[in-house]
Design a protein around this ligand. Structure first.
Ligand code: SF4
Ligand code: SF4
Length: 380
């Protein structure tokens, strides 16, 4: 656990550049930052180390850009580690690897192998005690077994968490979607479906029978039969159909604060497989669109690019992210239009568009001892 006697230090690299040469580009300065940052304090020489990213989706291409991932791979190799780039299964595994390749994440572009941390079927995982709220969760085996990890998070909004940064990434991205043994209750969907139901259909008065939900379902668990949407018990509880439905015709009973607590518990479960300070978090506040990168498309960014944060305290890195996002300009012509029109002066624009409190899971994580919301910024 991070030492809580002094604020955690978070390094910051601005996205702004005013000299148009490579050394002054964000990528050029990111390479310098990686040269200076003490990665070796977290990642041991000889470690086989996951570089955890989100591969995106077929139409969600605003993820962490491949050259930044490649430079993290380079930096890890320089200190004698053996990096691999990884994510967990979200759609069917073989299709997800194709998405990764199309989005620019492959051996040729990154200089490291790219594979699924929970295997091609999403069920290679280790059962862990996840506390009272979640019971048992299955952590992806390639993350569970690794001695250290580097987490590269694309900051964006999220329909239920308000925003997604390091903690949400570790929570949802470190747990298997479909454990080999047991039911959906041991997988990442448990946090979304704490009330235990599968998605419920509100009926034909709300639904336009467009079939988008069925097309988004990785399990083929949705059928439209005789003008009715039917969800079978093959459901993984991933929640994609609910997010994708244009008419809010699918729902599950939710308790927002319980979800935020569950998210923090899930992150604690994944991080509990590492020794203290053996995980490095890099948050990219770039191309910050309002929805999760799991969705099958992405909207235009709603907040101006800010830059990159790096540190070993996930709570501090996310707290700094939320503060910097709050200080950044909202962008016209985006989901932020309503906020701009209404003169929004709050400190949580992602939460404001989703009617959620983005700080919820960050504060729960702090209470659970994952880090602290107090931080100092070291500007690079
Ligand atoms: S996506 Fe929504 S509106 Fe379309 S068929 Fe499914 S439930 Fe109905
Ligand atoms: S939550 Fe919806 S999309 Fe996800 S597996 Fe269940 S039915 Fe399919």
């Amino acid at each position: 656990m991070p030492d809580d006697s002094t604020p955690s230090e978070v390094w910051f690299l601005t996205a702004r550049t005013d000299r148009f040469d490579y050394a002054d580009s964000l990528l050029g300065r990111f390479i310098e930052l990686l040269d200076d940052y003490p990665l070796i304090d977290s990642v041991g020489r000889g470690d086989v180390v996951p570089v955890k990213i989100h591969f995106g989706s077929r139409g969600a291409i605003q993820t962490v850009r491949p050259p930044f991932v490649a430079e993290v791979v380079n930096a890890l190799k320089k200190i004698g580690a053996h990096p691999f780039v990884t994510d967990t299964v979200r759609m069917l595994g073989h299709e997800y690897l194709e998405v990764a390749n199309r989005n620019g994440y492959n051996r040729a572009t990154l200089g490291a192998p790219v594979f699924l941390a929970d295997g091609i079927f999403g069920n290679d995982s280790i059962e862990m005690d996840a506390g009272e709220l979640l019971g048992t969760q299955c952590v992806a085996s390639a993350i569970h077994d690794a001695p250290s990890m580097v987490v590269l998070s694309h900051v964006k909004g999220h329909i239920q968490a308000g925003f997604g940064g390091a903690i949400k990434h570790v929570a949802m991205g470190g747990v298997s979607s479909h454990p080999r043994h047991g039911t959906w209750e041991k997988c990442r969907g448990k946090a979304h479906f704490l009330m235990g139901t599968i998605p419920e259909w509100k009926g034909v008065d709300t639904c336009n029978l467009c079939g988008i939900c069925a097309r988004h379902c990785p399990m083929g668990a949705i059928e439209i039969v005789d003008d009715k949407v039917i969800v079978s018990d093959d459901c993984w509880r991933c929640g994609r159909c609910i997010s994708a439905c244009p008419d809010q015709a699918l729902f599950t009973p939710k308790d927002d604060d319980l979800f935020q607590e569950a998210l923090a518990s899930q992150a604690r479960t994944v991080l509990g497989t590492f020794s203290p300070a053996r995980v490095v978090y890099v948050n990219f506040m770039m191309e910050m669109q309002p929805e999760c990168d799991c969705m099958d498309s992405c909207d235009v960014p709603m907040i101006q690019n800010v830059g990159v944060l790096i540190g070993t305290d996930p709570v501090a890195v996310d707290a700094a992210t939320l503060d910097m996002v709050a200080d950044a300009p909202l962008l016209l012509g985006s989901r932020a239009d309503r906020l701009i029109r209404d003169g929004y002066d709050g400190r949580d624009p992602f939460g404001a568009v989703h009617l959620k409190n983005s700080w919820g899971h960050v504060r729960h994580a702090a209470k659970m001892g994952l880090g602290q919301v107090d931080y100092t910024i070291k500007r690079i």
